[in-house]
Design a protein around this ligand. Structure first.
Ligand SMILES: [Mn+2]
Length: 329
């Protein structure tokens, strides 16, 4: 462990008013890490609030403390703000200004694209930020109880795709074992996050998969989700999550893309494998992420966004030296 968790713990321990901010469209890692930290701080008498501009998706509403998550920034300035998995402060959406206004800003993230802003930057190659948060909580000398364990295990399970993704390490598994010892359940999390969908969400999955298109000799796949599709499926925007990962399952596919038309612009989800780098494609458009999962939001007409993204994906396949690889159906 680096000494950053200890430096962060020293700052947090002394503060009276902490804001923990999630990124927009928060996932299980972000929410689990933020809520786990808040619980740990409460155990030592430090008052902290978790902020999420986009609220809490249904799958994570039962996490301890989820009901107290604020969706609008607090009126008073935070003494210490913790940006959780925000590669740039503006990833916190309506909480970006509150991060900038805090006396001390702590940046905890594992995304390759993190800009390194803030007074204390704890960046790590962890599979999940939840692993980093476990180190911060250990440095706070707060024992992991069942509630904290549920939060952190949700972080690790979701960011490792239930321990199936390549990022899963011995560190992830050791932490998970400790969290299970503390009373958390992998099965309960998997059941809630992956095995429970609305009928509309499943209908949307069917529609999005049915309209997929293959390109670059079967190495790129993409689909689009226009607002009409959500309406006719009877699905919520958050139910788009996970579809792009399924597209990547197609044999021979190296890059999967999902274009979702939202009021904020075209949200592009990217998944890749076999050496193609998702984050490189996303960074070309101002986004970011990990080697095998990344994303960005673009303004402009859908067809132009699709054309530009496909061009960038093909460029990445060429740079990965795989243009000559034969397509095996
Ligand atoms: Mn994460």
């Amino acid at each position: 462990m680096t000494d950053l968790p200890y430096q962060i713990a020293a700052v947090l321990r002394k503060s009276r008013n902490v804001l923990i901010a999630c990124h927009v469209a928060p996932d299980g890692d972000c929410l689990g890490s933020a809520l786990g930290l808040r619980l740990a701080l409460a155990r030592i008498g430090v008052d902290a609030q978790v902020g999420s501009a986009d609220g809490v998706p249904d799958a994570f509403l039962r996490l301890p403390g989820a009901a107290d998550v604020m969706s609008a920034p607090p009126a008073t300035r935070a003494e210490v703000a913790v940006a959780v998995e925000c590669s740039m402060p503006d990833r916190a959406g309506s909480f970006a200004q509150a991060l900038a206004d805090a006396k001390t800003l702590i940046n905890i993230d594992h995304h390759l694209s993190n800009a390194g802003y803030g007074h204390l930057v704890y960046w790590d190659t962890a599979a999940a930020t939840g692993e980093q948060m476990a180190d911060v909580i250990a440095a706070l000398r707060v024992p992991i109880d069942r509630e904290i364990a549920e939060c952190l295990l949700t972080a690790v399970v979701t960011d490792t795709g239930s321990f199936r993704h390549r990022n899963t390490t011995a560190r992830s598994l050791r932490l998970a074992a400790d969290l299970v010892d503390a009373g958390a359940s992998v099965h309960a999390i998997v059941e809630r996050v992956y095995e429970t969908r609305s009928a509309g969400g499943l209908r949307l999955l069917g529609m999005a998969l049915a309209s997929l298109t293959l390109g670059a000799d079967g190495r790129i796949v993409w689909t689009t989700v226009p607002p009409e599709m959500l309406i006719s499926a009877g699905a919520q925007p958050e139910e788009v999550t996970g579809i792009v990962g399924m597209l990547r399952q197609i044999r021979g596919v190296q890059v999967a893309l999902l274009f979702e038309v939202t009021p904020q612009g075209v949200r592009v989800g990217i998944r890749s494998r076999d050496g193609a780098r998702s984050h490189v494609i996303a960074e070309a458009f101002g986004g970011g992420g990990h080697q095998e999962a990344a994303g960005f939001t673009a303004t402009g007409p859908l067809d132009k966004v699709i054309a530009a993204t496909l061009a960038e994906a093909e460029k990445e396949l060429r740079q990965a030296g795989r243009t000559s690889a034969p397509f095996r159906p």
